[in-house]
Design a protein around this ligand. Structure first.
Ligand code: HEC
Ligand code: HEC
Length: 362
């Protein structure tokens, strides 16, 4: 943690601030209206880990985004207050600071805006409204004094914006690059990865067509283009209701979801934000840093291992007319699949592979 903080000593330039970059990642842009300070980050970490900020005192952000599991929960779909299950797999918040939009359908534009969503989501923290969040904070003198110091405000001036800002500042410290692949590709260290992983990195960029969406730039690799695609996951759920619904939409009728399950609604993906039929079943391209630590995979957690992810892409996804043209049968050999797997496993940050380092960020 300490060495990460030293990376966050910002460089100021024309009103915006960048943190210094980590090997394999671009410099992080810090919003001008929410500068990083040590005390704000501490406050954000407290909020992130505080179970009092939930309907029954059982759930914090860290219940689902667990530091020891690379900020995921290892479950197929998330579990919130009173054991209720959601419809989506918990993504890691490591490097979420680099995404241009937040959530798998991109429905929020910033970490600040995203942070309040889970607290009032009935199956996550389950709080009634934003007022309920503020009441919990106001009852704790320690929070109040931190809040007033960090934001230079009077207690009565406290709003949920301050809470979102503090959590976002903490999340901007959850940065993890510097993997064996980063050392090989950007650090010019030929011995950092195996020959198999090196071959896998070429398959990833060429025959596998992966880097078309999971982008690798000249100086860094976010492994995301921040766009949304249907890669043929979860269509079977939607199929029974889709045709009738599409026909109704084409007629200009008001869409009727009353017979749909929560899972079916979730499967609409990016459509929920844009209301454009072309966006049905599209989800944001996720980063692949530390992907070996974040099973199970995909928005619905339906793919259990990286081997199975590779099989999924090899067959061109579950076929449906919505699958993106960039996903097609690859005809990889057994060796090519093994190489691609070795490559994906070389994306684990050094801070997670050092046996003596212990869980990061605690
Ligand atoms: C019950 C489990 C759960 C809890 C509690 C929870 N999250 Fe999440 N988080 C999820 C799931 C599931 C998603 C994906 C949901 C979606 O995209 O619709 C997500 C998405 C996110 C994302 C977006 C990541 C991306 O890839 O776009 C961020 C950031 C995040 N959560 C931070 C938080 C913060 C901050 C809190 C506490 C205020 C929190 N989460 C509480 C399960 C949880
Ligand atoms: C058309 C763009 C596109 C292409 C091409 C593509 N991906 Fe993806 N990838 C995505 C999207 C979008 C998701 C998320 C889909 C979802 O959640 O349903 C994803 C998810 C993944 C995941 C799961 C990540 C997680 O955290 O759940 C892995 C691993 C992955 N892709 C690897 C690959 C590999 C390897 C290839 C090449 C064989 C590849 N991708 C090709 C867009 C793409």
């Amino acid at each position: 943690m300490r060495h990460l903080l030293t990376l966050l000593i910002g460089l100021s330039f024309s009103g915006l601030t960048w943190a210094e970059s980590t090997l394999g990642l671009p410099a992080l842009v810090i919003p001008a209206d929410n500068p990083q300070t040590t005390e704000k980050i501490t406050l954000g970490r407290l909020l992130f880990n505080d179970k009092r900020l939930s309907a029954d005192g059982s759930i914090s952000c860290a219940s689902c985004h667990q530091a020891g599991k690379a900020f995921t929960d290892g479950l197929t779909v998330a579990k919130g207050v009173a054991g209720q299950t959601g419809t989506r797999n918990t993504p890691s918040v490591l490097n979420a600071a680099f995404y241009q939009t937040q959530f798998l359908d991109g429905r929020e534009q910033s970490l600040e805006a995203q942070a309040l969503g889970p607290m009032v989501n009935p199956v996550e923290h389950g709080l009634k409204d934003h007022q309920a969040i503020l009441e919990i904070i106001r009852q704790d003198p320690n929070y109040l004094s931190l809040m007033t110091r960090v934001f230079n405000i009077q207690p009565q001036e406290l709003t949920t914006d301050h809470i979102g800002k503090a959590i976002a500042s903490f999340e901007r410290t959850l940065i993890a690059g510097d993997s064996p692949f980063d050392r090989y590709y950007f650090g010019m260290d030929q011995s950092a990865i195996s020959e198999s992983a090196a071959r896998g990195s070429r398959i990833f960029r060429r025959k596998g067509n992966c880097a078309v969406c999971h982008e690798i730039s000249i100086n860094n690799a976010l492994f995301t283009d921040n766009r949304f695609y249907n890669i043929g996951v979860g269509y079977k759920q939607l199929q029974p209701v889709l045709d009738e619904w599409l026909a109704a939409t084409a007629r200009g009728d008001q869409p009727d979801y009353s017979a749909w399950s929560d899972v079916q609604r979730s499967e609409l993906g990016r459509y929920a934000v844009t209301k454009m039929p072309a966006n049905i079943g599209q989800f944001k391209t996720p980063t692949l840093h530390n992907v070996a630590l974040t099973a199970p995979y995909m928005h619905d957690g339906s793919i259990k291992t990286l081997e199975e992810v590779i099989e999924h892409y090899d067959k061109g996804g579950e076929s449906s007319r919505f699958v993106d043209a960039k996903v097609f049968p690859l005809h990889l050999t057994k060796q090519e699949k093994a190489d691609l797997l070795a490559f994906l496993q070389s994306l684990t940050s050094f801070q997670y592979t050092q046996p003596t380092a212990g869980p990061a960020h605690e």
